[in-house]
Design a binder for this molecule. Structure first.
Ligand SMILES: [Zn+2]
Length: 288
């Protein structure tokens, strides 16, 4: 009997070139270009955005744009696969001529970690703890590009080895923008469990599965130079960190990440339709 030893799809989630090849296909179909963000060792980190939409809305105006990144921790492939799955289903519709919404996406911030199934980068750095001045590649390059843009929503896609279900960090300036409960309902409707711990990473949950933080002052107390906190303090009105349990089925985790991203963007669309061009968003995005 001969045994066929092709890698299964879960193993290919750690194949960076395969990930980027799939992103090229998605980008082409949506009419956008995958651009190099930074060279890191033998790898190139990429991003994609829709420059025409940014120009039309005005990069500094808040223009209703959204940001998402994945793979800053290389052992969290539910995030990288989830962002890709969302893009395969939905990216093109956010780039329809004349009705674009500005976006800025980073498919994988830590290619070495993804390839080697490690949280950290090749030199042992946790890239999610270096969002400060003089950060090395690719975080420094990312911060410089993002500093010139404003977002109404940012999503950072993560996973947690200890999690027993989905949980979320929501950084939201005021109650009427909150989406956390709705995202948890989305997960429950898919029969995806919500984490039942009452304390997660030393913080008491706002409600099961949700850690919501309201004010910049509280965030400053944390003093963690993490991506989500930097985004909230500098360029984004509202930030979600989605944490799926990395011991669950990869296809279920990726599908949930993609679905939650879709839910967020549907809500964003309902609140600030694509006709929205208000420069008043400057205050909203940065005036917290
Ligand atoms: Zn993580």
């Amino acid at each position: 009997m001969s045994v066929r030893l092709h890698p299964d799809s879960a193993q290919r989630a750690h194949h960076y070139r395969h990930l980027i090849a799939r992103w090229r296909t998605v980008a082409r179909a949506a009419g956008v270009t995958l651009r190099p963000l930074a060279a890191v060792g033998e790898f190139t980190v990429y991003y994609l955005e829709n420059p025409a939409a940014w120009q039309r809305r005005g990069a500094g105006s808040g223009g209703g744009g959204f940001y998402a990144s994945a793979g800053i921790h290389g052992d969290e492939v539910g995030g990288t696969e989830g962002l890709l799955a969302w893009a395969q289903a939905d990216l093109a519709k956010w780039n329809v001529a004349g009705r674009e919404r500005p976006f800025f996406l980073v498919p994988c911030l830590n290619p070495w970690g993804l390839t080697n199934n490690r949280r950290v980068a090749a030199d042992g750095t946790d890239l999610n703890r270096i969002f400060h001045r003089n950060a090395p590649a690719p975080v420094g390059e990312l911060m410089r590009l993002l500093a010139r843009r404003r977002f109404v929503l940012a999503l950072t896609l993560h996973e947690d080895y200890d999690a027993q279900g989905l949980y979320l960090y929501e950084l939201s300036p005021r109650a009427e923008l909150d989406l956390g409960e709705q995202l948890l309902d989305t997960a429950r409707a898919l029969d995806f469990p919500v984490d039942t711990r009452r304390t997660i990473e030393v913080r008491r949950v706002t409600r099961l599965g949700l850690l919501r933080m309201r004010r910049n002052a509280a965030l400053r107390l944390l003093k963690i130079p993490a991506e989500a906190i930097w985004l909230y303090q500098h360029v984004a009105r509202q930030v979600f960190t989605i944490e799926t349990p990395s011991e669950f089925s990869l296809s279920a985790r990726a599908a949930l990440q993609a679905r939650l991203m879709r839910t967020c963007l549907e809500q964003l669309e309902a609140r600030t339709p694509q006709g929205f061009t208000g420069t008043s968003a400057i205050g909203e995005a940065c005036g917290k």
